[in-house]
Design a protein around this ligand. Sequence first.
Ligand code: APR
Length: 265
Amino acid sequence: MSAPDNDIIQAAQHLGSAKNIAVLTGAGISAESGIPTFRDALTGWWSKYSLTDLATPQAFARDPERVTRWYDERRCIIAQCRPNPGHVALATLQRAIVEQGKRFTLITQNVDRLHQAAGSTDVIELHGTLWVWRCVDCDKEAEERGPAFQSFPPHCTCGGLRRPDIVWFGEDLPADAMDAAERAVASCDFFMSVGTSAEVYPAAGLIAQAVHAGADVLEINPTATSFSSQATWSVRGKSGEVLPLIVQAALGVGARNGRACPRYM
Ligand code: APR
């Protein structure tokens, strides 16, 4: 990426003086870790597969073998992936903001837990995680960090079918996660939307809520979304490149009592 543009400089200045920051991430933040997004035209999962065949409770009821095999393959892909500089920048930002006694909330739609691997804490997972599988009969959950399952669909010791502990289309989001996300967004003065197409609700509705609450809104995405025109700054770029610049610049601002610190630019 070339020299930071004015939007990046301005956004970093506002981020540096913000008191309550909320961040929403989507699949795009993990793209530079090698994990495909869902809706990118050539590489996204939903350009190759039909989401109604794989990501709904009806699909699981129809063909649990196919659905669980697909999710387990994704789990094994993710197991090979590491956090990228975008994840690391958000973890660095959280530590610095919390040390300054300010509030920081990271909300993600991702099921890969790369934010946690980068050091982020208290991450709100709106769509669950691919690392945990649960029995549809007895609800027993277990973290699955090992190799691929040996047979599909996997079964619980009670005999019930096991499924990934993620949210499929048509299912409710975990209420405590959504409540916590909405509370954080309602009270934030700086909101970032990073690497999400903003097409899936209710997560995408958090962006509108931030706009409505009067927060500064920064979007980071290589392509425009339906929310780009409402964002205070919409920066076209990869999060693994843009986030480190913004975070470094913002923390420089903080270190100099709210004034921009050009050496970070
Ligand atoms: N940096 C930032 N953004 C990127 C990058 C990158 N390197 N690469 C791609 N993107 C952007 C794309 O331009 C796109 O707008 O990331 C976005 C990814 O959008 P989606 O694939 O729709 O992913 P997401 O918004 O997380 O999807 C929401 O839909 O099917 C589901 O449950 C799944 O949680 C997911 C939900």
